[in-house]
Design a protein. Structure first.
Length: 187
């Protein structure tokens, strides 16, 4: 079995963010045959601007993001919720990946979203908005969902990978992405 490459995009730029830690958990607990890589550099992307996104343009951060997404077999987005929706940095990444329209780096890629928040809402609005934006961008958004609320009480000072239940849930999301990717290859 070949390695399934999963690219994780994290919607929080904070180094100690629980969402960052959930992406790290995904990398640590990925099933055999899966390699989860966290993209570093969403904070370096300029806001999407069609005036600069022209054939032949070189935009270092954007080129790196698009190349990483193109090389990946699947994408995993991990998002907090800012003011009731997906963080701008993550939405901006989706915008860059959606272009050129109809042929962007997320076109037909299996994608799953994990959301987490200290609130009991579990960032579900951001979760739903990310799924919606990805679907419009052309990704194959699968019914692979995980929303984790009450993160402060649930994790305290511990890393999410130290919570056996959450680690297994995250592993399940990655395993489902691997399966969705294999189905596309075998279709």
């Amino acid at each position: 079995m070949s390695q399934t490459r999963v690219l994780a995009l994290v919607g929080s730029l904070r180094a100690g963010s629980v969402n960052r830690q959930l992406a790290e958990t995904a990398a640590a607990v990925a099933p055999e045959g899966a390699d989860v890589t966290i993209f570093e550099g969403l904070g370096d992307l300029p806001f999407y601007n069609e005036d600069v996104d022209v054939p032949g343009a070189t935009i270092a951060g954007v080129d790196a993001l698009r190349a990483a997404a193109a090389e990946a077999d699947a994408l995993l987005l991990v998002t907090p919720e800012y003011n009731g929706t997906v963080p701008a940095v993550l939405k901006n990444a989706i915008d860059w990946l959606s272009r050129p329209y109809g042929a962007g780096a997320v076109k037909d890629k299996p994608v799953a979203v994990i959301s987490a928040s200290p609130s009991p809402n579990a960032a579900k609005w951001a979760h739903d908005d990310a799924r919606k934006a990805l679907g419009i961008a052309g990704a194959k958004v699968h019914d692979i969902e995980l929303s984790i609320g009450g993160t402060i009480q649930k994790f305290g000072e511990l890393h999410p990978r130290e919570n056996a239940e959450v680690a297994e849930q995250v592993r399940g999301v990655v395993a489902a992405l691997v399966e969705a990717s294999a189905e596309l290859v075998n279709a």
